[in-house]
Design a protein around this ligand. Structure first.
Ligand code: ZN
Length: 409
């Protein structure tokens, strides 16, 4: 698998070695997780945002420009759009929420609605790229089984994309994962192990049950999932015609925080944008390792001892990308806020009631975080604010509805 365009290969952050793109299970020299390395001088930034031009691979099969989705930004992706394993992920709507802007006393609020991705979550972006990496190998089926531990959504996405490729996949989910996730993992043809306990137990079970003989789709093992989250930054810039002032991101493993931060930083690096936005990570008070590290000035999160939130998607006590997320927030003049479960559900319900958009419980953390940030005096009043809805309301309708029934449901 030869790098194309501006891609140099995979760089190990520890030993600085550049490896080929299929060395995607950790540095062959020292084992550290690698990231994609680009020669930014070689990036054609005019092509990056030339949305008016016909797609290079336009034909009946691709369905034209909209079907290119995130892959229209392949000038800053590890693989060419022509080789992508894609179902049209990305290019999601940016919906103006004027009532929210009034309530938060800011200039404008937009909801970036990632629920419109093929399996209803932001994770389809990264899974499309990670699956493309498998398809690009000399023998894709040799990776079998591909596996990951997941709070639910990324497992559903993995089952869907690996199914497209015809490669056997295993998702290890904690028993508390949403029923919709468990059902759809099987419907997409993925194999599933339901592990008693919580996310950490599912993560432990991958190595125990597969005995190390598997291809990991785990975020921050494969370097490709955070590359998908990166394209969100490009889309926000393209749709707004500028970098937004503040972006609220529900945070769990750190994948989305790290990816979105990298995307905005790359826009500055290639000379398209002058500055990065303020990035605000939002976590539930019942499981907030990243937010706690940011608040205390620690460089990396401590594992959260007793995780307890109704928002299962955000209950990741020992985030794989925690240290990277904390560093990214620091670089972007970012912040972190924590919000109670009630505030999260209240916010998701309010958005559904007033703004059409169906947010899952995890997505509700974004508006809840914005309200908290406003209460804390975080806004000046002239900001353009983006709330990232990471998942569809159809993932957790039971949890959202139970909130309407009051304390104790
Ligand atoms: Zn290394």
């Amino acid at each position: 698998m030869e790098p194309t365009g501006a891609v140099q290969g995979l760089r190990c952050p520890d030993c600085e070695t550049i490896h080929p793109l299929d060395a995607d299970q950790g540095c062959p020299t020292c084992g550290t997780a690698c990231t994609v390395a680009y020669d930014y001088d070689a990036v054609d930034d005019a092509a990056l945002f030339d949305r008016g031009a016909p797609p290079r691979d336009a034909d009946a099969a691709t369905g034209g420009q909209s079907a290119r989705g995130q892959w229209q930004y392949d000038a800053l992706l590890p693989f060419d759009a022509a080789d992508a394993v894609t179902a049209g992920e990305g290019a999601t709507p940016l919906v103006a929420a004027d009532r929210l802007a009034d309530e938060l006393s800011v200039d404008s609020v937009y909801i970036k609605d990632e629920s419109r991705n093929p399996t209803g979550t932001i994770y389809d972006r990264g899974m499309s790229i990670a699956t493309t990496a498998i398809a690009a190998r000399a023998a894709p089926e040799a990776v079998e089984p591909a596996a990951l531990a997941t709070t639910g959504n990324s497992g559903q996405s993995a089952a869907a994309y690996l199914g497209r490729l015809g490669v056997r996949s295993y998702a290890f989910v904690p028993s508390r994962s949403a029923f919709s996730n468990k059902a759809m993992i099987n419907v997409h043809g993925g194999e599933m192990q339901v592990v008693g306990g919580r996310y950490s137990d599912a993560a432990d079970a991958v190595d125990e049950q597969l005995a190390g003989d598997y291809y990991s789709l785990q975020e921050f093992t494969t370097p490709y999932r955070q590359e998908g989250a990166k394209t969100l930054a490009f889309e926000l810039y393209a749709d707004l015609g500028a970098v937004p002032d503040v972006v609220f991101v529900p945070a769990s493993t750190g994948e989305v925080v790290v990816g979105v931060a990298a995307g905005f930083e790359e826009l500055v690096t290639i000379g398209v944008a002058d500055e990065t936005p303020t990035l605000v990570a939002v976590q539930p008070t019942g499981c907030a390792p990243i937010a706690t590290a940011v608040d205390s000035g620690a460089s990396a999160p401590e594992p959260w001892a007793v995780p307890d939130t109704i928002v299962g998607e955000l209950e990741v006590p020992d985030p794989a990308g925690g240290e990277q997320a904390v560093a990214a927030l620091e670089r972007l003049n970012g912040a972190a806020v924590t919000v109670d479960d009630d505030e999260i559900l209240e916010s998701a319900v309010a958005v559904a009631s007033n703004e059409v958009i169906e947010m899952g419980a995890a997505g509700g953390a974004a508006p809840a975080g914005a309200w908290r940030y406003a209460d804390d005096g975080g806004f000046d009043g002239d900001e353009t604010v983006v709330l990232l809805n990471t998942e569809s309301g159809t993932k957790t309708p039971d949890i959202l509805r139970s909130h309407l029934m009051g304390p104790g449901g």
